[in-house]
Design a protein around this ligand. Sequence first.
Ligand code: NAP
Length: 437
Amino acid sequence: MSISIVIVGSGPSGFYVAEALIKSEADVTIDIIDRLPTPYGLIRGGVAPDHQSTKRVTRAYERTALNEKVRYYGNVELGRDISLDELRATYDAVVLTIGMPGDSKLMVRGEEKTGVIGSAAFVGWYNGHPDFSRLAPDLNSKNVVVIGNGNVAVDIARVLVKTPKEMTEADLPQHVSNAIQASPITDVYMVGRRGPVEAKFTNVELREMGNLENAAAIVDPSDLPEEVTGDWSNRDRRLRERNLESLKGFAAETRDGKRKAVHFTFYAKPVEILGDEKVTGIRLEKTTVIDGRAQGTGEFWDIECSLVIPAIGYALEPVQDIPFDENTGTIRNVDGRVEEGVYVAGWAKRGPTGVIGTNKPDGKAAAEQILEDIGSGTKPGRDSFEARLKSREVRWIDFAAWQQIDAAEIANAPTGSPREKFVTTEDMLSLLSNSSS
Ligand code: NAP
């Protein structure tokens, strides 16, 4: 009997597991479930709306989804519609590729104030993720502070300062685009607790900040060392040298009449979010880097703002019945094996780092483990799964239904944009009801 496998989560890591299983040419059936109607996880909900070329990787995932061994079940949530125990009883292997959907905590005083919005939520909002469609961040602020020096911080800063013309080919939902363009935001402070050499953004993303139509990239030259020192691998050293070179280029420029600016604010550690219930500013402490760690110097200053966006890394909340490793914040696993018949891949396995392609070897490893551990199928698989969903009146979205949603989004696109997203599950389901009636 063929080995039945269910993959929970249809982001890149889920699709790379499916792709590797197909390539193995083993006798398998692969079901991919996702709690949203729409597939592709962070490609749809995380990759910046103005980076459409990155999003094109979904074409490969689409080929995987259309393979005869694969079925897609959107709008099916682990824990709500089906339990892990039920999946284990139904499938020979369960692969958890649920990513890291939440925000790491900043752990500073005032973090709970209105106006502090973590990057997962903010990026989810501007990418039309149904979980955040009602976020309505208050953008009535001249200054915005984005905390972190990673690629997500760069994405957020860039989306806030690009002109409508620069965003023409993006798939920013209309209401989000209107809110950003109507806002008085002129200055975005990107705050790094360490220095320019320690920053985690990659060079292509950094360089883009120097080529914006109406936003300047501002760097204090005194923050920039002559050269990269320290103990880095050759690859890391080259990246840091390129970043330093780009930052020196920014430091040599002035605002030059541009309406907006992104201020690269290094050696600055957040110590308190100011205000009563609502944010009115942030207090920072000047740092110095000792043995790679940011140490406070006792020198403080404030930036006035009503929006603070910590972009300090994603996190996974413990999920019911799934073994969780408190130390790493990941699903507890030994090299991808969770417990008999249960596997994990992607960020939920190794933490929220790496680019999309980093998940590919992970997917291959999970597929190899499954085929190594399970000789042939013994569990009922797909038919039993569908019967259970039907008995619970779960309305799942198959791949053809997703393609209908996709086609409607493309048809609704404003000129130049690839699509106008549906931002609520209800709207997607009602589109499908209307078109089937
Ligand atoms: P990241 O690369 O890990 O960056 C997190 C940043 O937050 C770092 O600068 C870190 O500083 C800072 N930070 C962490 N805790 C902090 C705290 N308590 N206070 C102040 N600062 C703190 O994470 P990310 O930006 O969320 O990106 C996640 C992954 O997705 C990365 O691998 C990234 O490259 C990838 N990604 C790639 C792209 C792209 O390729 N275009 C776009 C988006 C995301 P320290 O270094 O001092 O810890």
